[in-house]
Design a protein around this ligand. Sequence first.
Ligand code: ZN
Length: 286
Amino acid sequence: MKSAHRLSLLIYSFIYIALMQNIDIIPDGPKPVQLIHIKASTNHNEKASVESGYIAEPPINMDDHMRLHLDEFRTNVKKLCDAYPDSVFTCLPAAKNEIALTFDDGPDPHITPQILEILEEYNVKATFFVTGENVKKYPGIAKRIVKNGHQLANHSWSHQRPTSIIPYDLLDEANKAQQIIEEEYLSSKFFRPPYGLVTPEQMQLLKKHGYIVIIWSVDSMDWYVTSAIEIQKCVLDKVQAGAIVLMHSAGGHHGRKATIQALPQIITELRKRGYQFVTLDQAFNF
Ligand SMILES: [Zn+2]
């Protein structure tokens, strides 16, 4: 594990130096961000290339306001991926038959253990984007996530809306969470900004500090819909090889009942289609 960590440090140092020599032009203004179906590189050794173009639109009814919001979100993610192809990912970097399930906002003492039980029963490894604040509150659950073979990754310290804070505050949020996460898990620096939102200025700063920003290609919409059937539809209708699927393992109004109900069927169906489940560390070869 130690040598893996050293290797990660070396890789990040290399990326950092490379980036310092290649200054980006940052588009103006804070822009939110979201999903994408990325046409990924087929070779791990190639520079990861993210071609954002297609965005998986949730196949459900939603009000006009939400649809417009998500349209704008997709447009901005696309711009961000175009501007930072090596630092922002919405799907896995190789077009294999792999899928990464990701669970945000935990750990919590009620919902996260139920998700962990299902994953254990079905022998699936996943990535948990946790907040530093919750790791501090529930260290036992964070340890259990790691003990069960899952990946802990960074979802900021306190889940503040990135577009409401200045770039250095977001960096602080990321750094503070990274520190507590690394006490439990020798983690690569995968960062998922709260709500998937990150401004170009923030992105520039995160990149300079070695963070890889992970959005998602398939949104289960478990933060929006309340039925397990709709969550299953959002995932199963839109999933593709290399997908990163967004779900939640904390919060929500009904204890994430629908997410918990939907998960076994999602796993079963994806396996039936021949997909394998990987963590981000596995997929990105860290
Ligand atoms: Zn979140």
